[in-house]
Design a binder for this molecule. Structure first.
Ligand SMILES: Cc1ncc(COP(=O)(O)O)c(C=O)c1O
Length: 361
């Protein structure tokens, strides 16, 4: 078996242990005589799977009782619409534009009301996080929206914005479970699971209970109303059963690794190896201001498009795959999510050093 080092931004590397366990249980899940793919979502066996997944997530993130955990479909992109549909009572919201995903969410919100861009880092190709300590947030804004880790550009909010008493909604798709967070600081925390948690097809949303009401925008489809999903414990209709089962296994894996503080330490160690090399390299350089660097997504360039392409090609041959930068920005990007082992980053840096030697005078 030849496994590669997979630096994909998502869908992304999963813990090998989890994949092996799932393989072992493929034909017969714990004596049920069925695969989890085949069983009814209304069965007792499956009910235990989804309940245990939720309980483990609650424990990992220390989620207070007054927050609901929902397992939803439609990807993070559908959630861009669900946020205004469920929260825009005054038809106004403030958006902080730190990359393409935040911008897409902002554009989606404009369909439903007045979305106001209160800060942006687009002037410098989203290479930094704007100062959000004293923003001009409209009094009657229903919420302030951020994308906490910008997958494409490799920036991360190190401190949350001062929302001046407004509700904070955060897309944590690419930093989910990478470090501890204080859930009470948010109204809604959500993300697609396909980076740090599991197979594409599930969005996990952690929503403060008082925000889950029947008072949604007219025309909101039943399925997109959080109350529908919350009242049915995410089983209003058939959920992505198998994917949730894998998420549950990843939660257990993270618990075994020591929880979110241990995960943070592991991620900081990995990111440091790569950033330290980028800072001293004569060929490669990072594209993000130091203080806003993401622990998860590390974009870098050589400054020469042809050399970038050569690097990606040679790296792929050497077993380091999916290092090509996002199609809109070029260069390279190494996504080093929870499941990327330290030796994956060490070996990548070794390979980069060799490439540098061969391609500089
Ligand atoms: C931060 C962030 N938000 C949203 C999305 C969109 O996710 P989805 O493809 O699940 O709609 C992505 C996808 O990569 C992302 O990185």
């Amino acid at each position: 078996m030849a496994r590669v080092y997979n630096f994909s931004a998502g869908p992304a590397v999963l813990p090998e242990e989890v994949l092996k366990e799932a393989a072992d249980e493929m034909l017969d899940y714990q004596g049920s005589g069925q695969s989890v793919m085949e069983m009814s979502h209304r069965s007792k066996v499956y009910d235990n799977i989804i309940k245990e997944a939720e309980a483990d997530l609650r424990e990992l993130m220390n989620i207070p009782d007054n927050y609901k955990v929902l397992f939803l479909q439609g990807g993070a992109s559908q959630f861009f619409a669900e946020v205004p549909m469920n929260l825009m009572k005054n038809k106004k919201a403030a958006y902080i534009i730190t990359g393409q995903w935040a911008k897409k969410a902002y554009k989606e919100a404009q369909i439903y009301g007045e979305a106001v861009a209160v800060a942006s880092s687009e002037d410098k190709t989203f290479s930094y996080i704007p100062d959000c300590s004293d923003l001009d947030i409209p009094e009657d804004a229903d919420y302030v929206y951020i994308c906490e880790n910008n997958t494409i550009y490799g920036t991360k909010f190190k401190t949350l914005p001062n929302t001046k008493g407004h509700l904070l909604v955060s897309d944590v798709s690419s930093c989910f479970l990478s470090e501890p967070i204080d859930v009470t600081k948010y109204g809604v925390v959500y993300g697609g699971v396909q980076k740090n948690i599991g197979p594409a097809g599930v969005v996990i949303a952690i929503i403060r209970e008082d925000l889950i009401t029947d008072d949604v925008l007219p025309g909101t489809p039943t399925m997109l109303k959080w109350k529908t999903q919350a009242d049915a414990d995410s089983l209003y209709n058939t959920p992505p059963c198998y994917n949730i089962y894998i998420c549950g296994k990843v939660f257990k894996w993270i618990k075994k690794m020591g929880g979110l503080s241990a995960m943070k330490e592991h991620n900081e160690k990995k990111a440091k190896i790569l950033y330290d090399f980028l800072d001293e390299s004569r060929l490669f350089k990072g594209t993000v201001v130091k203080e806003d660097r993401s622990l998860m997504n590390v974009p870098f360039v050589t400054g020469d498009k042809e050399l970038d392409a050569k690097f990606v090609e040679e790296a792929t041959k050497a077993g380091f795959v999916n290092l090509k930068g996002h199609r809109t920005v070029g260069g390279m990007r190494a996504s080093i999510y929870n499941a990327m082992p330290i030796e994956g980053v060490e070996k990548l840096v070794e390979f980069m050093k060799k490439f540098e030697k061969e391609n500089t005078k």
